[in-house]
Design a protein around this ligand. Structure first.
Ligand SMILES: Nc1nc2c(c(=O)[nH]1)N[C@H]1C(S)=C(S)[C@@H](COP(=O)(O)OP(=O)(O)OC[C@H]3O[C@@H](n4cnc5c(=O)[nH]c(N)nc54)[C@H](O)[C@@H]3O)O[C@H]1N2
Ligand SMILES: Nc1nc2c(c(=O)[nH]1)N[C@H]1C(S)=C(S)[C@@H](COP(=O)(O)OP(=O)(O)OC[C@H]3O[C@@H](n4cnc5c(=O)[nH]c(N)nc54)[C@H](O)[C@@H]3O)O[C@H]1N2
Ligand code: SF4
Ligand SMILES: [Mo]
Length: 699
């Protein structure tokens, strides 16, 4: 007889799907998406349908490893857990003894979004040591900072209510790939007659399904938003009453719009004036308009400014008055009242430590002037050797002989391959966790469904053992997984809604609020001191930023001098069958994703003598990678793209991040992955290869 165990998808995806694991005789047979979950709606995505392939993969890490050869040789020896924990602790202690606790740095991200396995005991341990703190910027920092300034926390309409909008702008988001369950609600609006507009430099599958596609130049979103606002204003459609009551700083923005016109916006965005005018008129006339803001548009130099202008557009058009109207980027702020931070409990002593921006890892590991240098890096839930900007420099840093690297992993990733000690971690169906979401309003509990393979431990147990080995016995470093999950929802608001560990064990998931079907910001309700939306943010002047929302050009994409040397902007967005680098070494996922590939327009290909399928080199001053070229009929000249993050097949290989820059956007210390200039040329030998193929075909 099989049984069903409640769980949730752990991946870094806004959808946080609820599933049940079908278990028989201690073995997981199947994952079933919850049909009754209003966001999951009975379907997992193509990647996670095959999650059990990863759980059962024969090459999964199931024993701790220690490096035996030179760094990066990839030669390891299996060891037992006592020795492994001893080696990891010795690496940390040696760094502390030599240069103090700041010579130790934890490095983690959202390999799992689970609060217990991802965001609890590891952070507590390093906070308690007084180590270097990591600024977690790699994904959403610019958007988060822009929203912190304007709305206090990420808030907006309920993503399910977008079905009530009559005009939907899908702005810098490839929903069908990276937020596929949101599409249901956008499509429902379309079926009701709503007009869908995709704003994206690339001809994505989502763009093809919308009614209209504005294929703007990368990093010019702020200009488009300013132009659209000017049109709405000129048509007398600014919602002066809502703005007077629920926003701060509209008069300053109204004045600023005097500098803008449809022509100016169209010129900067590289699109027809008529398209800007038509969309402006449509927005002026359509309530509610919803804007689903993706994270792709904030991987540029002017990212924070762009997000601010888009939120200002929703505000001035009066969309927050209406059910389903207004700008929505992330839902994280909805969980604040109901959940607690597990990383820094009040009763745990935490000596101060310096902070290093995770997106600048390549620099931090190779900067000869960094004092103290990082001598011990402990990595969990992330694969920086593949996913950080300036990958080749980061890898040089990771290979430093005087750096001790401990990696907690499920698989032998690019980062694990260069580690001194590898500690095998459990997977989602084997451990306990609890999940909030950044794309909807439901909590989910993930109960262990099966025993882990012998040799794998949950991250939390690894950190408990590491604390013990370092002689640290504070009780907050030794809370059990269940205690941690209970602490996360130990709030009056959760209790008031009847949400407890016990209730979640019964139901698997729970709705956190009653926002659905309401207009939560009709009368303000933002997480700012006044509850109003802050259009003008005077304190930003201290950071050299404009307090009034306005267009800020991208860094490389908008640099004409650099364009002379590197004429193509390379965008590196999400692909359907990997999640960042997760799953990229599994045969089934690789087969579906196809190999790495660089897309470019026919015009750009012809100008370089490149034919479809030719091996090309994509290069700039930072580095290069090679891949087959694919000529795309809808690609815009001047813009190329390659999906993140294909495997490099060994530690010497390069992926798209060999070309991306260590550079902060305007806000939040955010990286600028899509703001990247390159040149593309036939790879050495590619012409010979093509001739040989032609000759063979002719034989
Ligand atoms: N299948 C799959 N799903 C994923 C992921 C994955 O790797 N694979 N990754 C997950 C993670 S970590 C995240 S953060 C999210 C990311 O998901 P998204 O928010 O969708 O972010 P991206 O994939 O970076 O880019 C989305 C779109 O923004 C466009 N874009 C790039 N530059 C600009 C610009 O200047 N302006 C505009 N308007 N558009 C621009 C890109 O062309 C792309 O189509 O998805 C999550 N979901
Ligand atoms: N060029 C380019 N680069 C990008 C981006 C881009 O758009 N373009 N996007 C950026 C973005 S948005 C993000 S979020 C980052 C993400 O980059 P990463 O944080 O490196 O994400 P993943 O590649 O998914 O790696 C997560 C790792 O966590 C491991 N893991 C999962 N669960 C557990 C667990 O329970 N325990 C342990 N110990 N390990 C676990 C997985 O096996 C996997 O190897 O990449 C960034 N890199
Ligand atoms: S990756 Fe996203 S869409 Fe796929 S199952 Fe997980 S939460 Fe759902
Ligand atoms: Mo991300």
């Amino acid at each position: 007889m099989s049984r069903l165990v409640h769980g949730a998808c752990p991946l870094d995806c806004p959808d946080t799907c609820a599933w049940q694991v079908e278990v028989e005789d201690g073995r997981a047979l199947r994952l079933r998406a919850r049909k009754d979950h209003p966001f999951t709606r009975g379907a997992l995505c193509g990647k996670v349908n095959r999650y059990l392939d990863a759980v059962h993969a024969p090459d999964r890490l199931t024993t701790p490893l220690r490096r035996t050869g030179a760094k990066g040789d990839g030669a390891f020896q299996a060891i037992d857990w006592d020795e492994a924990i001893g080696l990891a602790a010795a690496g940390i202690q040696a760094a502390i003894d030599r240069d103090g606790p700041e010579a130790v740095m934890p490095y983690y991200y959202a390999g799992t979004l689970g609060q217990v396995q991802g965001w609890s005991l590891g952070q507590r341990l390093f906070n308690h040591l007084g180590s270097t703190r990591m600024l977690g910027t790699i994904c959403t920092a610019a958007a988060s900072a822009a929203m912190a300034a304007m709305t206090g926390r990420p808030l907006g309409p309920d993503p399910e209510d977008i079905e009530h909008a009559d005009l939907v702008l899908v702005w810098g988001a490839n929903l069908l790939t990276s937020n596929m369950h949101q599409w249901h609600f956008v499509h429902a609006a379309q079926q009701r007659g709503a007009h869908l507009v995709c704003i994206d430099p690339l001809p994505t599958d989502t763009a093809q399904r919308c009614d209209e596609h504005l294929q703007i130049l990368p990093g010019t979103d702020g200009a488009l938003a300013m132009g659209l606002m000017r049109i709405v204003l000129d048509r007398g459609a600014a919602d002066e009453d809502w703005l007077a009551e629920n926003a701060e700083g509209w008069p300053e923005l109204r004045t600023r719009l005097g500098d803008w016109s449809a022509e100016r916006a169209a010129g900067i965005c590289g699109i027809d004036v008529a398209a800007v005018e038509a969309l402006g008129a449509r927005i002026a006339d359509t309530r509610p308009t919803a804007i689903r803001i993706g994270l792709g548009l904030q991987r540029h130099g002017g990212a924070g400014a762009a997000i601010r202008t888009i939120l200002a557009l929703s505000a001035m058009a009066g969309d927050y008055r209406h059910v389903g109207g207004g700008g929505l980027c992330m839902t994280a702020g909805r969980f604040d009242h109901l959940t607690r931070d597990l990383e820094a409990p009040a009763d745990l002593p935490m000596p101060p430590g310096r902070t290093i921006n995770m997106s600048r890892l390549a620099e931090a590991l190779t900067d000869p002037d960094l004092a103290p240098p990082i001598r011990s890096l402990v990595v969990w839930d992330t694969n920086p050797a593949a996913t950080v900007p300036d990958q080749l420099r980061a890898r040089r840093g990771l290979l430093r002989d005087d750096l001790h690297l401990t990696v907690l992993e499920q698989r032998l990733t690019d980062t694990a391959l260069v580690a001194d000690v590898v500690l095998p971690a459990t997977m989602q169906i084997e451990h306990l966790d609890i999940h909030a979401s950044y794309g909807h309003h439901y909590l989910a509990l993930n109960l262990p469904a099966v025993e882990p393979p012998e040799g794998c431990l949950p991250n939390t147990e690894i950190f408990r053992r590491l604390a013990r080995a370092l002689g640290l016995d504070h009780p907050r470093l030794h809370d059990t997984d269940e205690e941690l999950a209970r602490q996360f929802i130990d709030t009056d608001a959760a209790r008031a809604r009847g949400i407890t560990f016990e209730s979640l064990s019964e139901t698997g998931y729970a709705r956190i609020d009653d926002v659905r079907g309401t207009a939560p910001h009709a009368a303000g309700g933002f997480a700012t001191p006044s509850g109003k939306l802050r259009i003008v943010c005077p304190e930003l002047a201290d950071q050299g930023l404009d307090p009034v929302p306005d267009y800020l050009p991208p860094a490389e994409a908008g640099d004409p001098d650099l364009a002379a040397r590197y004429p193509l902007v390379l965008i590196t967005p999400a692909t359907r069958f990997f999640l960042n680098s997760t799953f990229n070494d599994l045969a089934g996922h690789r087969a579906k994703a196809g190999g790495p590939c660089v897309y470019l327009s026919a015009e750009d290909a012809a100008a370089r003598g490149i034919a479809d399928g030719d091996t090309v080199e994509v290069a700039n001053d930072r580095g290069s990678f090679t891949a087959p070229a694919a000529v795309h009929p809808l690609a815009r000249p001047g813009i190329a793209w390659a999906y993140k993050v294909h495997p490099t097949d060994g530690i010497r290989g390069a992926n798209v991040n060999a070309t991306t820059a260590v550079r902060d956007a305007d806000m939040g210390g955010s990286p600028t992955f899509h703001d990247n200039r390159v040149e593309i040329a036939l790879a050495t030998g590619a012409t010979a290869e093509r001739d040989a193929q032609a000759a063979a075909a002719g034989d």
